[in-house]
Each structure stands twice: as structure tokens, then as C-alpha cells.
Design a protein around this ligand. Structure first.
Ligand SMILES: Cc1cc2nc3c(=O)[nH]c(=O)nc-3n(C[C@H](O)[C@H](O)[C@H](O)COP(=O)(O)O)c2cc1C
Length: 185
């Protein structure tokens, strides 16, 4: 698949199943992530791959970390948290690792990290896999950050769910370009 086709046909799917990418496919996708534009070549990112039993441990981490910040959390919410990581056979936690640099503010490092995630999900699509970039309050939860081993300078920029869809792809909408693009007069 060429790069334009990959960009125009990529589609997020909420429910993903096996197969997930093997080590060789994953290495290719991470190599693409690491080619993101990157001011001063700070490489302000790292990735954690979670699959198999790790997804169940992640679910338990979600539960304990959520109870810690919301002691009277409802049992419905707990059940929802427990099911969350099981929506795909693999989750890649995309971490922005901010570096101290006089020329590159955090905003630029976050943009670079986001570009890396986009490269990653496009590469996965080109390799025949589907993904969904998710965030939400768990990215900021102190217990989740600690349990995943984040340092003080690190931020979760995405839980990227990865696998293979077993339902039809969503219809892709292409909004009118003129709504977003104009000549400067
Ligand atoms: C930074 C970021 C965070 C996102 N977080 C969520 C999320 O928590 N839940 C969700 O349903 N979609 C989230 N999305 C959107 C989906 O990944 C996806 O882009 C959206 O469903 C549209 O589908 P498409 O990418 O196939 O156009 C997020 C996207 C970005 C860029």
C-alpha cells in the first residue's frame, strides 16, 4: 500500500481481535514511529507494548488506580474499567518523554510525539492491522502512571489499541477541502 492510500483509507475501529502484529511487523511500525519530525532530534517518546496476561494486569491497575482517586466509585464503572483493555489483543502505550531543551518547548515535543503515533498507526494499517488511538482520564491518573513506570517528565499521549477488526470498516468521510483550506489574500 502506498503512503497516500494508507493515509486515505486508515480507519479506527473500537473492537479489535487477534491477530495482532508479530515482532517483525511491530518493529517495522515502531521504526516508522521513530521517523517522526523531531526538532533538535530530542526523541521525546517511548512506547510500552502490552498483550496477553499484561492486558488483564492493566485492567486491574485501572481498577485500583481509579478507586484510589474515587473511593466511592460505582460497581458499574469498575466493571467498565475491567473490560476496557480487553477491547483489543494489544495496547501500545505511547509516552511523551519531555526533554529540557532551550529551543524546543513542550508543545513542540508533544506535536512530535503525536506525529510519531500517527506514523505508527499508519504503518500498522499498511501492514494489514487496525488500531484506535484512545486517551481519557486514565492518562492523567497518578496510579496508572506509577504502575506503568512513568517518570515525572513523562505523559501518556495515547493508549493505542491494536489488532484486527471483525466487523466492516466505518464509512470514511472526506469533508470539503474548502472548509479548511484557503489562499491567504
Ligand atoms: C489524541 C487523541 C485521543 C483520542 N482519544 C479517543 C478516546 O479516548 N476515545 C475515542 O473514542 N476516540 C478517541 N480518539 C479518536 C479516535 O482515535 C479516532 O480518530 C476517531 O474515532 C475517528 O476515527 P478515524 O480515525 O477512523 O477517522 C482520539 C484521537 C486522538 C488524536
Amino acid at each position: 500500500m502506498d503512503v497516500l492510500e494508507a493515509i486515505l483509507t486508515r480507519n479506527a475501529q473500537g473492537k479489535l481481535e487477534l491477530p495482532a502484529p508479530d515482532k517483525s511487523a511491530l518493529d517495522k511500525a515502531f521504526s516508522c514511529a521513530l521517523r517522526a519530525p523531531d526538532h533538535q532530534v530530542l526523541r521525546p517518546w517511548r512506547y510500552l507494548v502490552i498483550q496477553g496476561e499484561g492486558l488483564k494486569r492493566l485492567a486491574e491497575l485501572y481498577v485500583s488506580a481509579s478507586i484510589a482517586v474515587e473511593p466511592d466509585i460505582s460497581s458499574e464503572k469498575i466493571e467498565k474499567l475491567r473490560k476496557m483493555p480487553l477491547r483489543a489483543p494489544m495496547i501500545v502505550v505511547a509516552i511523551t518523554a519531555y526533554k529540557a531543551d532551550p529551543k524546543v518547548p513542550r508543545e513542540e515535543q508533544l506535536l512530535s510525539s503525536g506525529a510519531g503515533i500517527q506514523n505508527f498507526i499508519l504503518a500498522l494499517h499498511g501492514l494489514g492491522f487496525t488500531s484506535m488511538w484512545r486517551t481519557g482520564p486514565l492518562t492523567e491518573n497518578p496510579g496508572v502512571k506509577k504502575g506503568l513506570g512513568l517518570a515525572d517528565n513523562e505523559h501518556i499521549s495515547g493508549f493505542v489499541y491494536v489488532g484486527t477488526p471483525h466487523s466492516d470498516a466505518k464509512k470514511i468521510v472526506h469533508p470539503p477541502l474548502a472548509d479548511f483550506v484557503s489562499d491567504w489574500k
